[in-house]
Design a protein around this ligand. Structure first.
Ligand SMILES: O=C(O)[C@H](O)[C@@H](O)[C@H](O)[C@H](O)COP(=O)(O)O
Length: 260
């Protein structure tokens, strides 16, 4: 199992730019060795900030956008195009500005989609879409995502896996509907731990002082029911990419001196 690596950047803007640069390098490397790459996007402020920074970076053209599969870790179950949807933010920040192949972009369901307001059916549909993308070498019910980005809430949630919610106990299904989410809107779709743990690399993106307690608990050995971020461990690498405010409560010897 991978040991978490921690990198701290001065502030939120630098964090977003540095993660965007890291993403370019990682996706270019994967495409050079395997031809295609896959990424799982996250909603939230810093997740969207990274996409905007990537859109602005001249190095973005190094990525073969047509050979990139795009998935989401979770979605707010709302009509398509709703400004609160993670998909809407990702398209506005990045996907509308780069030549992605629409067939490789896999948004989660919306309430005006084929399943209407049936969130369970939409979750099952996404699980089927994931299953259809699996290649022999993935050895599992979902693809081995090359990079899974996850924002972290002040309560330690990731995707829409909230502390003490039924989703954190799910060990069979890959995608679930979430009802009564503590973060609005109340109905969401989310990958579960089994699906999130198929990723080769997991990158937690965290900025802001209000997250410092969750970061300390996550890196201090809390369990996944209380701090869901700890339930996700990359197959090859776990990176905690923080700004200084989010790293505030970490013991100094945990963070790389050069990165602070
Ligand atoms: O629907 C959402 O908002 C996300 O999927 C959620 O998991 C988010 O990533 C975290 O809550 C962190 O969000 P911030 O970066 O905005 O704090």
């Amino acid at each position: 199992m991978s040991t978490p690596e921690i990198v701290v950047h001065a502030d939120k803007e630098l964090l977003a730019r540095a993660v965007a640069a890291r993403l370019v390098t990682r996706l270019v490397d994967v495409q050079a060795s395997r031809g295609t790459a896959s990424v799982v996007l996250t909603g939230g402020g810093i997740g969207t900030g990274v996409l905007a920074a990537l859109a602005e970076s001249p190095a973005r053209d190094a990525i073969d956008w047509r050979q990139l599969s795009v998935w989401w870790g979770d979605e707010r179950f709302l009509p398509s195009g709703d400004p609160e949807r993670n998909e809407t933010s990702a398209r506005a920040a990045l996907l509308d500005h780069v030549p992605v192949d629409p067939a490789r972009v896999h948004p989660m369901g919306a309430t005006d989609g084929p399943d209407g307001k049936d969130a369970e059916a939409a979750a099952n549909r996404y699980a089927e879409e994931l299953a259809a993308a699996v290649r022999t070498e993935d050895h599992g019910p979902v693809p081995r995502f090359d990079v899974l980005m996850l924002g972290v809430g002040p309560d330690g949630h990731v995707a829409s896996m909230f502390p003490e919610h039924p989703g954190v106990h799910e060990d069979q299904r890959q995608v679930v509907a979430v009802h009564g989410s503590p973060k609005p809107p109340p109905t969401r779709l989310s990958l579960t731990f089994p699906a999130l743990n198929a990723a080769r690399e997991v990158w937690f993106l965290v900025s802001g002082e209000e997250k410092a307690g969750a970061v300390r608990l996550a890196l201090g050995g809390a369990g996944p029911v209380q701090i869901p971020a700890t339930g996700v461990r990359g197959q090859q690498r776990i990176l905690w990419l923080l700004d200084r405010a989010a790293a505030k409560e970490l013991p100094p010897d945990l963070t790389r001196p050069g990165s602070r």
